[in-house]
Design a protein around this ligand. Structure first.
Ligand code: DSN
Length: 424
């Protein structure tokens, strides 16, 4: 090993060790199970596949094809839908494929606004811009962090979008899809739902059931509440043959060449595990986020939507302007080994200096924390907000985390979640 190789290895080891001692609360992350992680270091990582199983452009895909077909079947079963494509290599790539399949340059798509929590790929400077589609934003009620139903119906009827897109990165409550269903039918638009943040909740019967509420196509990453690899997935229900073909073509050759076969296998493994564990995991995740919201609020931290129980997902939006704003608080929390991100809240105009932070509990739930630990976590966060020295709080964070290093809700339950910190 040369000096550079040793240096890189040591940095990665240091990161692994650090996270073992952290409370990770980024709402878009999670821990894979040991079985899923094993797939990432398999020979699949070194191979190539293009196209669909059985119709590849390379030889050597006998087992790859079998695993991919199994993953597609398991995805359809878990989400009770008629179509799955497990090849997108990320949520954004899945979104690009939907745009490629269902919209032409110049078409109009309705979406939420970035300041209200929409994903960056809906922006002019994101995937929407790359496809040159126009976007029009739904009216939003700040008080309940959700779409204004009457205003959205009015907007949809006026704009008549080719595609109506839903889904957020600050995703606290289910969007009112049922209430919009008649309008979708009236204008005949394709209904697209970006489920990245809430995929695991949907798999576990929490949040809501988009395919039973008028959604045609669901795009997603697979590593947030759904605790799989950094990868993506597309699901569809009641699509016609042309629409299914359009998605397949959009994924390859549209937005991928090979599709990261090791990650696809890790996704397959996660689907197998979620079949068994999704319900309990999703239910505990939502219990935890609501308990954390309550405990923070009781400590004078302004969690949004107290009258609605704060959230029905894994995430909380917190206004920390009275403690110095999102940038300062997120940095102070990192100094205390509590990892989250600054986040815009609806009235913010600056993404760099927003008034909020976003907190997610899916990873803490994955290592076995329950409601009583959420009270403990709230206390640690509120101490940092109230300007106690982060290095002092850090010692208590490490102490709490010491009892929660083992992974739950998977076949290898009880193995070390952060077990690669020593690296072989
Ligand atoms: N940027 C991610 C998030 O944190 O929500 C989604 O891709």
């Amino acid at each position: 090993m040369n000096e550079e190789a040793l240096w890189i290895r040591n940095k990665v080891k240091a990161h692994n060790k650090w996270f073992e001692e952290c409370i990770p609360m980024i709402a878009s992350e999670n821990l894979m199970s040991p079985l899923a992680k094993e797939m990432l270091i398999s020979d699949f990582a070194d191979r190539y596949a293009e196209g669909l199983p059985g119709k590849r452009y390379y030889q050597g895909n006998i087992y790859v094809d079998e695993v991919e077909l199994k993953a597609m079947e398991m995805a359809k079963d878990l989400f009770e839908c008629s179509f799955a494509d497990v090849r997108p290599i990320s949520g954004t790539v899945a979104n690009m494929a939907v745009l490629f399949a269902f919209a032409e340059p110049g078409d109009t798509i309705t979406t939420c606004a970035l300041a209200q929590g929409a994903h960056i790929s809906t922006a002019k400077f994101g995937a929407f811009g790359l496809r040159s589609v126009e976007s029009v934003n739904y009216p939003f009620n700040e008080s309940d962090m959700n779409l204004d139903v009457d205003g959205t119906i009015k907007l949809l009827k006026e704009v008549k979008p080719k595609v109506a897109q839903f889904g957020l990165s600050v995703f606290l409550f289910p969007p009112p899809m049922k209430e919009l269903q008649d309008t979708f039918d009236e204008i005949g638009c394709t209904v697209w739902y970006d489920a990245a943040h809430v995929l695991g909740l949907i798999a576990g019967g929490q949040f809501h059931d988009p395919f039973r509420e008028g959604v045609h196509v669901m795009s997603s990453s697979t590593h947030k509440t759904f605790p799989g690899p950094n990868h993506g997935m597309l699901l569809g229900h009641n699509l016609d043959e042309e629409q299914e073909k359009a998605i397949y073509r959009a994924v390859f050759p549209g937005v991928t060449s090979s599709h990261h076969l090791h990650a696809m296998a890790a996704l397959a493994m996660t689907l197998a595990e979620q079949k068994v564990f999704a319900r309990d995991y999703a239910a505990q995740t939502v219990k935890n986020s609501r308990a954390l919201g309550e405990a923070l609020y009781e400590r004078g931290v302004d969690v949004l939507c107290p009258d609605l129980g704060f959230t029905r997902s894994h995430a909380l939006a917190v206004d920390v302007s009275k403690f110095g704003g999102g940038k300062t608080v997120a940095q102070d929390l990192e100094d205390a080994n509590i990892i989250c991100n600054k986040n815009m809240l609806p009235r913010d105009t600056s993404a760099v200096k927003p008034s909020g932070i976003r907190l997610g509990v899916q990873e803490l739930t994955r290592v076995g924390m329950k409601e009583s630990e959420m009270v403990h976590v709230a206390e640690l966060i509120s101490r940092v907000c109230n300007k106690e020295s982060p290095s002092k709080v850090r010692e208590d964070v490490k102490e709490l985390k010491r009892n929660f290093t083992k992974i739950r809700f998977c076949f290898s339950e009880g193995e070390e979640a952060y077990r690669f910190h020593e690296l072989v």
